[in-house]
Write a protein that binds this ligand. Sequence first.
Ligand code: TYD
Ligand code: MG
Length: 452
Amino acid sequence: MAKVKTTFFCQNCGSQYAKWQGQCNACKAWNTIVEEVVQKTEKNDWKTSTSTTKKATIPLQIKDIDLTKEPRLNTLDTEFNRVLGGGIVPGSLTLLGGEPGIGKSTLLLQISLKLPYRTLYVSGEESQKQIKMRAERINQNQSNCYILTETKTQNIFKQIETLEPDIVIIDSIQTLHSDYIESSSGSISQIKECTSELIKFAKETATPVLLIGHITKDGHIAGPKILEHMVDTVLQFEGDRNHVFRILRANKNRFGSTNELGIYEMQGSGLREVSNPSEVLISKKDEELSGNAIAATLEGMRPLMIEVQALVSTAVYGTPQRSATGFNAKRLNMLLAVLEKRAGFRLGAKDVFLNITGGITVDDPAIDLAVVAAILSSNEDAAIQKDYCFAAELGLSGEIRPIQRVEQRILEAEKLGFSTIFVSKYNKISLKKLSIKVQLISKIEDLTDFLI
Ligand code: TYD
Ligand code: MG
């Protein structure tokens, strides 16, 4: 009998050890090292029945490489195409990560139902009937989509050989299991092995493969870090589960930019593409309320107008509370300190609550000015005109700092009918004939002059 070979893997970062230890040397996590059986029985090839002698490739001059033969597959989903950089590249591996229940399976099922190609949707998580029920909700034409419930990679490849799909979707990589490795599904060595089998299949047949990946509680894709290195594209599906908006972004993309962003709205009948996010994210109100300010932010390459709400009230207890939803709480504290020190506002004994509407998290520094304006407005109980918007970063000495791509933001604000946008004096703006007023300010005091 062959000797059983085992290795110890850190379940957090995927580092390998010869024997057990309490702490991982690489990621410093405790009690994450687990023994896994990595015995291989045979040569691992996605096509075991026919041993293919791989055609050796020859070097080509870059100008001679023909691109026209392999155009990208259009998914008929403009947001998904945009994030991928124009469609799915043949032979590529794309990994879609996201929290449980965020809508990963829904998104990929919806795309496979829409696709004009023969699609194989492999699920290790739901039965065919359950997927059919989901498909009925999404209600797309379902002519070319095949559903397979299987977790063993060898069986999946057998089905692929007979079906010859143009695109394969795996839900999820953590449920897959390869016969060549003894350890259980979802373990580091299984994920590594199944992914490399899929890569081999994808590259040899030029069939694109989309994988769904679970994430750990700190937001990283579960499994070894090497998984992200192995695939061509890593997409992240995020959003607040209690809100309807979902954002799709690329964390890594070998065939396009990682700056693009897709926005969806979760509805009763699947995900709807949101092509005009700014209009959806700003609540339409008739009256002006204090504590509201609109920020002209940029998510990736897309301008996005976002509503910031602040509530400043007298603290009931000795230590005032500061809480922020969708915004970094440390940055909120910093902005409050700047307001206190540079603009003379006594916020030390006040509770401050901040909320970015729509359940979106913003890390664009250009939102600072809108945050400060919302806080000032709530503190003074004076409403900001609802056709004002803000786009600037705030420095520690109270200076209004320039931001990138200011012109794109100004044009978006103009398009949506804002009358005035506040930006830093140090931003260079060469736009002519604008119908929007561009108010240049250099210090936090200038802002208070305008608002209060
Ligand atoms: P799902 O795709 O199962 O999430 P994941 O695969 O990321 O775990 O999405 C589940 C959620 O989506 C569930 O809470 C219900 C919601 N949903 C809708 O609101 N409308 C729909 O049409 C569908 C199919 C799901
Ligand atoms: Mg799922």
